[in-house]
Design a protein around this ligand. Structure first.
Ligand SMILES: [Ca+2]
Length: 294
C-alpha cells in the first residue's frame, strides 16, 4: 500500500467516525456477555472505488480490478452455505471489506478475532489478511494506523494451502502476530525505511497493547487482499470479533434465508428468502416455509 493511499484511508476513517457517530451507528456495549452470528449479504454492503465515507456498516472498496463476490460454497463453508470471495488478478489490485460497527472499541477490550479462508487460486503463503484501522494514542493528535494479521507470520498456525477451508485465530490469547502499516510504539512498519536493523516489525497483539494502552478502533474491521497479491482468489467466512465477552461472528451468504416465523412478521417476509433465494408471496407463505422448510 502506498503512502498516498494510506493518507486517503486515514482521512476516510476519520470522516467515517464522524458520519457513523452522527448516524448513531457506533457500537454500544451491552450489559451482558453474548455470542451472536450475523448474516451479511450484498444487500448489507455499499461499494466504492476507494476513499469514500461509508454510508452503511459494511463497505467494500475495490480499486482497480479487485472484486468481492457473495457466492454459494465453496464446499463446505464454516457457517451457512455461502461465503464472500475476494479476487485480485494482478499485483496492482486490491479489495477491502470493512465493517464499521466496532468503532470506539478499545483494543484492550478485544478478546477474540478470527476468520476462515478458502483459497482457490494462489500460491506460497498468500491469503486474505485481517485489517483493523486504529488510533494508537487515544485522544492525542495523530496515531492512525492499520494493524494487519496474516497467517504467514503466525507460524504456530497452519501453513496456507489451496482447496480447503482454514480457520485463523488472530487473537490467540494475545499471542497472535500482527504488523502495523505505520511505525507505532513497539512496532516499526515493515515499509519504514528508517527502521534500524533488527527493529521489531512483526509483534504479538499483547506487545502492541502494552505499548499502546489507549489504542482504539477508529475505522474499519475486516479483511483485505492486495495490493501485491497477484492471481489470488480467497473466499472468506466466519469473520469474528469479540470485546468484553461479547463475540460477533459474521456469516457471509448469498441470501438472508428465513429461519423463524418472527422474521416473517411486520413486513419482514419481504426481506428474507428461501434457501434458493426465491422470495415469498406474503407473510403466510414465509411462515409456512419456516415451519416446513419448503
Ligand atoms: Ca457463510
Amino acid at each position: 500500500m502506498n503512502s498516498k493511499r494510506l493518507k486517503g484511508l486515514a482521512v476516510t476513517a476519520l470522516v467515517a467516525l464522524v458520519v457513523m457517530l452522527s448516524l448513531g451507528l457506533v457500537a454500544i456495549p451491552s450489559a451482558s456477555a453474548a455470542s451472536t452470528t450475523t448474516v451479511v449479504t450484498e444487500s448489507d454492503v455499499s461499494r466504492y472505488a476507494e476513499d469514500t465515507p461509508p454510508l452503511k456498516n459494511w463497505v467494500i472498496y475495490t480499486p482497480n480490478a479487485g472484486t468481492a463476490t457473495f457466492r454459494s460454497g465453496p464446499p463446505t463453508p464454516p457457517l451457512g452455505a455461502g461465503s464472500l470471495e475476494l479476487s485480485t488478478p494482478t499485483g496492482n489490485d486490491k479489495v477491502t471489506v470493512f465493517n464499521y460497527h466496532h468503532m470506539g472499541t478499545a483494543l484492550s477490550a478485544i478478546d477474540a478475532m478470527g476468520y476462515s479462508t478458502y483459497r482457490s487460486a494462489g500460491n506460497l503463503q498468500q491469503v486474505a489478511a485481517l485489517n483493523i484501522e486504529v488510533d494508537v494514542n487515544g485522544s492525542a493528535p495523530g496515531g492512525f494506523t492499520t494493524l494487519v494479521f496474516e497467517p504467514v507470520y503466525n507460524t504456530d498456525q497452519d501453513a496456507v494451502v489451496s482447496g480447503e477451508w482454514q480457520t485463523w485465530d488472530a487473537f490467540n490469547g494475545g499471542n497472535a502476530i500482527w504488523w502495523s502499516s505505520r511505525t507505532i510504539p513497539g512496532a516499526y512498519s515493515p515499509n519504514d525505511i528508517t527502521a534500524p536493523s533488527g527493529a521489531p516489525l512483526y509483534v504479538s497483539w499483547n506487545t502492541i497493547l502494552a505499548n499502546n494502552p489507549n489504542a482504539f478502533i477508529v475505522g474499519g474491521f475486516g479483511v483485505n487482499q492486495g495490493s501485491g497479491n497477484p492471481a489470488l482468489t480467497t473466499a472468506v467466512d466466519a469473520l469474528t470479533i469479540g470485546a468484553g465477552g461479547n463475540t460477533t461472528t459474521y456469516d457471509f451468504e448469498l441470501y438472508h434465508v428465513a429461519m423463524n416465523k418472527d422474521q416473517c412478521k411486520n413486513g419482514g417476509w419481504q426481506n428474507v428468502t428461501r434457501s434458493d433465494g426465491t422470495s415469498f408471496k406474503n407473510q403466510g407463505d414465509c411462515v409456512s416455509y419456516t415451519n416446513n422448510h419448503k
